[in-house]
Design a protein around this ligand. Sequence first.
Ligand code: FE2
Ligand code: FE2
Length: 189
Amino acid sequence: MDITELILDDHHEQRRLFAILEQIDPAETDVLSAIWHRLASFLELHAQAEEEIFYPALLKAGIAARRAGGVENETLDAIHDHNEIRDAIAEVARHQVGADAWYAAVAAANAANSDHMAEEEREGLTDFRRLTGLARRHQLAVAFAAYEARNFAGVQPVDKDPVGYVHAAEKKARPAGSGSLNVGTLKRN
Ligand SMILES: [Fe+2]
Ligand SMILES: [Fe+2]
């Protein structure tokens, strides 16, 4: 297995569920609601699994390869995007299922998620394949699959401060006394 493949598989599943939603009769509000709830909780779980397993590993690999600046910026962007996706999901819940405003909120969540997945696939996943070997990617795939299986019923969506997140992950990744953190110089975009 390879964690970058598991993440891609999840992205395909997210695209598939958005496409299913678009093909349901707006009058079938029970069906719309059921599919949306499945998709929303999957989006939240996927983002959290990446925050627990993938991004700390990307930061660690980048630091080891003396490419900390690049992976820090990718991680800051990703956490910022995950917050936007969580917020877009929360916005959907404020509207009546099947109403025009509900469809608009679902479309906004789709746009936020699509933009994020494209960037993540182009940057974070690509860099991680360049920085790590297959054995490490397999080990992380097992952890990622286990995290999603253990939390299949859903996670509590919590927005995170991107700089604080990177700072905490780097603190864990660097051995004590191995130098200062880079993140102090980073600005949130
Ligand atoms: Fe992500
Ligand atoms: Fe993702």
